[in-house]
Design a protein around this ligand. Structure first.
Ligand code: GDP
Ligand code: IMO
Ligand code: MG
Length: 449
């Protein structure tokens, strides 16, 4: 299995961290290839909980190389605080490598993300406000600051000046517009004010350069040509796991735009975000919950607003790892999952959080949508307006009341749980090879299929 990609098959938070940690046992290296600290990955090992935003989910294996690839956007403060946290917990970070080509989330990206979200008001995408969108925008504009720039003060200063200049202007304009709008509406605006941002000490170039040179000193032992590290491992037949953050339906190109993240979380992006070729990828794993969740705004056809959704939130502890926001919950959507399967050309599925569904039955899975004109939609509609107003149609399956937390083998699972997995697998035509029955890494069932 030399090149293995792990991706989210829904709207994120499927349990990619746990599955990556599990599959990492068979790998030499684990490489994050996109996203930034908008991600929140939780791993529970022997009851101890670890939360990662930037560090690859293989880090708990002392002998594995963990790589933050060029496609990731890195907030150096967050990375250093994760490194410090791991050291305090006694976890070695000696094998952590950071691509010299990865782009940095700078303080102005975070401020712009917050200001942008405030400005959008009711239409807010509900970003994690971590500066992800503005950072990827600067990358595309060729105004980005890269990890390697931390090692050259002169270049760093020049690039920060070039990047910040057009933004200060935008922030000033935004500030004037907002003040005018507030006056006209005669109301107090909520959240961070753009006018607060212009004189923000965090935007002082001299202080920013000094701070980032210091980050460069601290990160230098980890900075590397990470594409070459991947080639060396793959060329010698070792297994490399490419770990995706977010998920297919949050993909910038293929997700529910504009309610998406600003990178490509699908398997195809692993090549770009790590620096390998398509032929280096041998296997793609999709991770899906046994139900569905979404954080932030955007279409979610199977969303439940009634008691069952509440039960999913309670039983599944559906609150975001990064922002603490309550996740929206709903039934598993097989139309959307089949779309994600094809987009990623998945070979295997891991279905997590099956334990959450016990006592909730009968269970439902969406098998088609109906448009508001009454048309039957068997596949995910390309037109967003259709998706917004589509109604899901469900297949009802028997539920189960047994708690699954102690199940370790397929035979331990109640028949109804096995039938549920078989139905999902048959519908999307991908084998379910791994099932999550609790947050701990031990709470896992491998299937033979
Ligand atoms: P990720 O972003 O895809 O890595 O997922 P998150 O870590 O954000 O969210 C998944 C949550 O579910 C975490 O709190 C995990 O500890 C937890 N989790 C993962 N797998 C299972 C499972 O099979 N059952 C239960 N009950 N919880 C799980
Ligand atoms: P993991 O890796 C769930 C969502 C945000 C918002 C949209 C855009 O833990 O699965 P952004 O800050 O990326 O510009 O926000 O994407 N989002 C996630 N939702 N899990 C994530 O990551 C997410 N990362 C971003 O809630 O709707
Ligand atoms: Mg998460």
């Amino acid at each position: 299995m030399p090149g293995v990609v792990i991706v989210g098959a829904q709207w994120g938070d499927e349990g990619k961290g746990k599955i990556t940690d599990l599959l990492a046992q068979r790998a030499t290296a684990i490489v994050r290839f996109q996203g930034g600290n908008n991600a929140g990955h939780t791993i529970v090992r022997d009851g101890e909980e670890f939360k990662f935003h930037l560090i690859p989910s293989g880090i708990l294996h002392a002998d594995k190389m963990c790589v933050i690839g060029n496609g990731v956007v890195v907030d150096p403060r967050v990375l250093l605080s994760e490194i410090d946290g791991l050291k305090r917990a006694g976890v070695s970070v000696g094998n952590l490598r950071l691509s010299a080509n990865a782009h940095l989330i700078m303080p102005y990206h975070v401020l712009l993300d917050q200001a942008g979200e405030t400005k959008l008001g009711k239409l807010s995408i509900g970003t994690t406000r971590r500066g992800i969108g503005p950072c990827y925008a600067d990358k595309a504009l060729r105004l980005g600051i890269r990890v390697q720039d931390l090692l050259d003060e002169k270049i760093l200063r020049t690039k920060i000046r070039a990047a910040i200049e057009p933004k200060q202007q935008a922030l000033r304009e935004l500030s004037v517009q907002r003040r005018k709008a507030r006056k006209e509406a005669g109301e107090e605006a909520k959240g961070i004010e753009a006018s607060d941002l212009v004189p923000d000490p965090r935007l002082d170039v001299h202080a920013m350069v000094e701070e980032h040179v210091n980050y460069g000193h601290r990160l230098e032992p980890h900075i590397a040509d990470t594409a070459k590290l991947c080639w060396d491992a793959l060329d010698s037949g070792q297994t490399v796991i490419f770990e995706g953050a977010q998920a297919a339906l949050l993909d910038l190109d293929h997700g529910t735009y504009p309610f998406v993240t600003s990178s490509n979380p699908i398997a195809g992006a692993a090549c770009v975000g790590a620096g390998v070729g398509p032929a280096d990828i041998d296997e793609v794993w999709g991770i899906a919950k046994a139900y569905a969740t979404r954080v932030g705004a955007g279409p979610f056809p199977t969303e439940l607003h009634e008691e069952i959704g509440e039960r999913m939130v309670e039983r599944g502890h559906e609150f975001g790892t990064t922002t603490g926001r309550r996740r929206r919950c709903g039934w598993m959507d097989l139309v959307a999952l089949r779309y994600a399967v094809r987009l990623n050309r998945m070979d295997s599925l891991a279905i997590t959080k099956l334990d959450v569904l016990s006592g909730i039955g009968p269970l439902r899975v969406a098998v088609r949508y109906r448009s508001k004109e009454g048309a039957v939609l068997d596949s995910f509609p390309y037109h967003q307006s259709i998706l917004h107003s589509a109604t899901p149609e469900y297949e009802e399956l028997p539920g189960f009341d047994e708690e699954l937390g102690e199940c370790r083998e397929e035979a331990d699972l109640p028949q109804a749980a096995r039938d549920f997995l078989a139905y999902v697998s048959e519908f999307v035509r991908v084998p379910v090879r791994l099932v999550g029955v609790g947050p701990d890494r031990e709470q896992t069932v491998w299937l033979d299929s």
